[in-house]
Design a protein around this ligand. Sequence first.
Ligand code: NIG
Ligand code: FE
Length: 378
Amino acid sequence: MSTAYLNIGELTTWDEERPVQRDAGLVVSDGRVAWVGDSSATPAADDAVDLAGAAMIPGFVDSHTHLVFAGDRAAEFEARMAGQAYTAGGIRTTVTATRQASDEQLAGLVAARVAELRSQGTTTVEIKSGYGLDVEAEARSLRIAGQFTPETTFLGAHVVPTGWAADDYLALVTGPMLAACAPHARWVDVFCERGAFDADQARTVLRAGMDAGLEPRIHAGQLGFGPGVQLACELGAAAADHCTYLDAADVAALADTGVVAGLLPGVEFSTRHPYPDARRLLAAGVRVALATDCNPGTSYTSSMPFCIALAVRELGMTPLEALHAATQGGAWSLRRDDIGHLRPGARADLVVLNAPSHVHLSYRPGVPLVAGVYSTAR
Ligand code: NIG
Ligand code: FE
């Protein structure tokens, strides 16, 4: 089965020579991009779709979300907007609500969020656990996440839950909890931050996860300067996410090691922290990804276009850099070469915009511009 897309006004493929093409055509065959070129030269296919000048981009790769949760924390957000500071302790509020939800309720909430994110152009999503914080609740979160994506992340080390001493909880996370969760996870993550886990604790968690066959990623530098980025680089993590507070050595280490810096500007929007310095990272040659961090505490948005608009307006990225970070950058973060671009061989995760160019994603913030999502992703 093949489909030819004709008269694509602007096609972003991230091809090295021609990352963005005008008046393009693209052929999909058996779920993969089979051909890209000028519209007028497009080979015949079983089906043809005339895009009448609309822009086509690769589906967004949202490399950082916490979609498995119940309840919300609107009151906390309201208090923050009135001047109160964010603290990691709010996570425990969501843990309580999540534990109380039935399997069906929780799966239904995740399904609704995945549908929401899909309708805004996301075709691959990473989903973390981290609001269960006991063996069964963490394993259940990952089982549910696994119904929606292969990119599942064990985040038992999100925060020490109420009633536990840190050392005892760490032994649980790296012992029975990891054993129950590893079969359902690809990645292991830890919140390395004052108020959550320090460098030694975070290293213990990531090493244990790696020994169990999981690949490491980390929350680092969200609320203040800290050791998380250096730890990510030391362990060869795929990504260090947040990167809001970085010193010069952190930037240099990211550039040297190729660890992807995940920027999550929905968090700064919602916590009133300063936005991360994307220009400094790009200037140093760091690989940058953009993600929603969708969670009820610090960034309750499923919208990659919203994050792109923030990246352009507040992080100083060009619209094209922001789109790159939201697609190819996300794919780097998840160590995937089949998504995030539309070169021949890529999975045919195509997003058509109701607009002539990708610039409209940030030029018209809040306008639903995703006209169609063509994806084989589950
Ligand atoms: O990525 N930083 C840790 N985890 C989330 C916040 C979780 C919460 O407040 O519920 C984040 O921002
Ligand atoms: Fe997060």
